[in-house]
Design a protein around this ligand. Structure first.
Ligand code: HEC
Ligand code: HEC
Ligand code: HEC
Ligand code: HEC
Ligand code: HEC
Length: 339
């Protein structure tokens, strides 16, 4: 866990836990890139770099302008740490327009690496490293601990105006728990093995269409007026889709080339319902992670009456406002075939 980001720290005067850089350093990427240009270039192409500014986030955030969101999407933004102690209500957070300074750097080097005036690392530092800056070694930083404070969290608890910010129990994102039960975890493969290739900082995920294409396999058994589709993700270490509940894989049968009005569709996702007190999961139709005795696959039946083809597409944004996004921001077709 990155202690100053942990949910337990909410409401406990987070300013005391401020990540403070070593003397002579500041919290910006500019403070690291001079000596780590290769890592900085990889990071600049990652979703972490645009976590506070990309159109999908910006669209969602300007609808629900909430200090809590910024805690993970631009945690070092000026003013963020000072206001975190409970100011999570819509409209309560001063919004830079357009984002500037540390906000524009999203999840930057210092977010993950700077703690108590030291640089956090998973390995014993070389002499060169120690000459450049103080290094604190934490082997846990080489595993899921380095990701858990942001990649696993519950929904916010509805509270009346004036009540302090609170979180519920149902997990909105559960990537770390999903992974912990997977075969990959028991074989000792951590988030870093797949998302950093041990060292890379591009953090490829669902925005990398080639990665998803090489993971997902679709098998079709045609029948009379319907077909059985088996969608599998061999070796998946967490649900597919994982992460935010609005991520969807959509399987459609189509009568026309553009698939403007699908003949039939099945959506692979998790669905939650509000109880008024919080949220409960009412459906999990994601592809499960691979476990001993449980392959990472799901079988569904779709109508093919009048259909000529099928396609599987990935939708990245919330369906309630994806129409305002440019088509290339909404998602992409992963794989398609004729019937
Ligand atoms: C989302 C968190 C995160 C961000 C952002 C991040 N890093 Fe890292 N970095 C890590 C983790 C985790 C490791 C350890 C990887 C391992 O043990 O496999 C690491 C490793 C490193 C290493 C060690 C050498 C190596 O190749 O493993 C260097 C140097 C480094 N990061 C520099 C940077 C710089 C510079 C930036 C900003 C441009 C940055 N990091 C941004 C998480 C992050
Ligand atoms: C003056 C140059 C310089 C600056 C500025 C600098 N570093 Fe380094 N850093 C180094 C050198 C040199 C190493 C050792 C490289 C090696 O061993 O491969 C290193 C190593 C590291 C490591 C790996 C530590 C280990 O155990 O080997 C991390 C992580 C890291 N730096 C992060 C950062 C971050 C984050 C920043 C910005 C806040 C930063 N560095 C700024 C020069 C610098
Ligand atoms: C400070 C919070 C934070 C930490 C720590 C963090 N992430 Fe993220 N990560 C995010 C946010 C926020 C996004 C969403 C960015 C966006 O808006 O697209 C994200 C996105 C991603 C993505 C998705 C990319 C895509 O294409 O959709 C991957 C993969 C990822 N992170 C891996 C990791 C791994 C592995 C670690 C641990 C080494 C880690 N992250 C640590 C906040 C964090
Ligand atoms: C065995 C390899 C593997 C391991 C281990 C792994 N992932 Fe992934 N992850 C993938 C692949 C492949 C994808 C692309 C498929 C997708 O986007 O759902 C992905 C996707 C993601 C995404 C993007 C999901 C989305 O829909 O936006 C995030 C975030 C993520 N992983 C985080 C993590 C974290 C955090 C861990 C550790 C707890 C982890 N992953 C462990 C292979 C792995
Ligand atoms: C505890 C950390 C955390 C908090 C709080 C948080 N997010 Fe995220 N958010 C993430 C992570 C991690 C991802 C990446 C997961 C994935 O790839 O599916 C993400 C992804 C997203 C995305 C998709 C971005 C993209 O480029 O695809 C949007 C939109 C988003 N979050 C909006 C919000 C909003 C709005 C709030 C506040 C109401 C919020 N988030 C609060 C961690 C957080």
């Amino acid at each position: 866990m990155i202690p100053w980001l942990s949910l337990a720290a909410f409401g406990q005067g987070l300013t005391a836990l401020n990540p403070e850089p070593p003397p002579g350093f500041d919290l910006s990427v500019g403070s690291c890139e001079g000596c780590h240009s290769e890592v900085a270039a990889q990071w600049a192409g990652s979703r972490h770099a645009v976590a506070g500014t990309n159109p999908i986030f910006w669209e969602a955030w300007t609808r629900w302008p909430n200090g809590w969101c910024v805690n993970c999407h631009a945690p070092l933004a000026e003013g963020q740490l000072a206001t975190l102690g409970g100011l999570a209500r819509p409209g309560s957070f001063p919004r830079p327009q357009p984002p500037a300074g540390l906000w524009a750097e999203g999840v930057n080097c210092a977010t993950c690496h700077v703690q108590d005036q030291q640089i956090l690392s998973s390995r014993e530092p070389s002499t060169e490293a120690l000459l450049a800056h103080p290094v604190r070694v934490d082997p846990g930083f080489g595993g899921a601990d380095a990701c858990a404070s942001c990649h696993e969290f519950p929904f916010q608890q509805p509270t009346a105006p004036g009540e302090p910010f609170a979180i519920g129990e149902t997990l909105a994102q559960a990537t770390v728990s999903e992974w912990a039960l997977s075969s990959a975890a028991s074989e000792g493969r951590s988030c870093q093995d797949c998302h950093m290739g041990r060292h890379g900082h591009a953090f490829p995920g669902a925005h990398d269409s080639e990665r998803l294409r090489s993971l997902l396999k679709v098998e079709v058994q045609p029948g009379d007026q319907h077909a059985v589709f088996t969608v599998s993700a061999p070796g998946a270490a967490h649900r597919i889709p994982t992460g935010d509940p609005f991520r969807r894989l959509i399987l459609e049968t189509c009568a026309d080339a553009a698939c403007a009005e699908p003949v039939d569709e099945v959506v692979f996702r998790r669905v939650f319902a509000s109880t008024g007190q919080g949220w409960v999961e009412v459906l999990d139709r994601t592809i499960p992670p691979e476990r001993p005795g449980q392959p990472a696959q799901r079988q569904v039946q779709l109508s093919t009456a009048g259909a000529r083809s099928w396609r599987l597409r990935y939708a990245l944004a919330d369906h309630r406002h994806e129409h305002v996004l440019a088509p290339e921001e909404r998602g992409y077709v992963v794989v398609e075939g004729a019937l």
